[in-house]
Design a binder for this molecule. Structure first.
Ligand SMILES: Nc1nc2c(c(=O)[nH]1)N[C@H]1C(S)=C(S)[C@@H](COP(=O)(O)O)O[C@H]1N2
Ligand SMILES: [Mo]
Length: 196
C-alpha cells in the first residue's frame, strides 16, 4: 500500500512540452466570443497608456518599422488543446515599452471589438510577449486576430488578445472579459490556473 500506480497518471501526456490536462492538436482552432472585427491597416494603431496620462501610439507603418523578431513557441488553450512549435513574427513588448515610464504593475489589453484581458506587466516584459502580425510565414489571418494580436504564449491563450488595439496600464489587476466570467486572473498553464 501507499504506492500509487503510475496508471493513475495515465491521463497526463508523456510529452513534457504539454502542461497538465492538455493534449496536442495539429489544427489551429478559432475561438472568438462574438464576430471578428475587420480592421483595415490604415485604421489600425497600437497604443500604450499609463497611469499619468501618457499615450504612446504606433501606426501600422511605424509598427512594421520597429525591430522584428521571429518567435517559436508552444501555445495552450484553456479548453485543453495545445499547439507545439508555432512560428510567429512580431515586435517584442520590450521594444514597444522602451520609452514608456510607469509605476503600474498591471495591464489591460484592449482589442478592437471590445474584448479585454488583464495581464501583469511582469508577464509582458523580459522577452515573454509580442504583438504578432505573421503566423507560419504569412500575414496573420483575420480569424486569428489579423492584422495583429497580442502573443503571450506562456499564459493560456485567452490572454493573447486578437485584433489588439492597445495596453492600458493600471495599478490594480482589473479582470477582463473571460476573467469576469470565471476564468483565472493569471492563467499559468503549468499551474493549471484555469478557473477562479
Ligand atoms: N479579441 C479577442 N481575442 C481573443 C479571443 C476573443 O474572443 N476576442 N478569444 C481568446 C481565446 S479564449 C483564445 S483560446 C484565443 C484563440 O485564438 P485563435 O482563435 O487564434 O485560436 O484567442 C483569445 N483572444
Ligand atoms: Mo480559449
Amino acid at each position: 500500500m501507499g504506492i500509487i500506480s503510475s496508471g493513475f497518471r495515465g491521463r497526463r501526456s508523456d510529452n513534457p512540452a504539454l502542461p497538465p490536462g492538455q493534449h496536442e492538436t495539429h489544427d489551429f482552432p478559432v475561438l472568438t466570443a462574438g464576430p471578428a472585427p475587420l480592421i483595415p491597416v490604415d485604421e489600425w494603431e497600437f497604443f500604450i497608456t499609463t497611469e499619468n496620462g501618457l499615450r504612446r501610439s504606433w501606426s501600422w507603418d511605424e509598427f512594421l518599422a520597429s525591430p522584428q523578431e521571429e518567435i517559436t513557441k508552444d501555445i495552450h488553450c484553456v479548453t485543453s488543446w495545445s499547439k507545439l512549435g508555432t512560428v510567429w513574427r512580431g515586435v517584442s513588448l520590450d521594444t514597444l515599452f522602451e520609452n514608456v515610464e510607469t509605476t503600474s504593475d498591471f495591464a489591460t489589453a484592449h482589442a478592437f471589438g471590445g474584448y479585454t484581458t488583464n495581464v501583469p506587466l511582469w508577464d509582458l516584459l523580459g522577452g515573454k510577449a509580442w504583438v504578432a502580425w505573421e503566423f507560419d510565414g504569412k500575414p496573420l489571418e483575420r480569424a486569428h486576430g489579423g492584422p495583429a494580436r497580442l502573443l503571450v504564449p506562456h499564459l493560456y491563450f485567452w490572454k493573447s488578445a486578437k485584433w489588439i488595439h492597445g495596453l492600458e496600464l493600471t495599478g490594480e489587476d482589473v479582470p477582463g472579459f473571460w476573467e469576469s466570467n470565471g476564468y483565472h486572473l493569471h492563467g499559468n498553464p503549468w499551474r493549471e490556473e484555469r478557473y477562479a
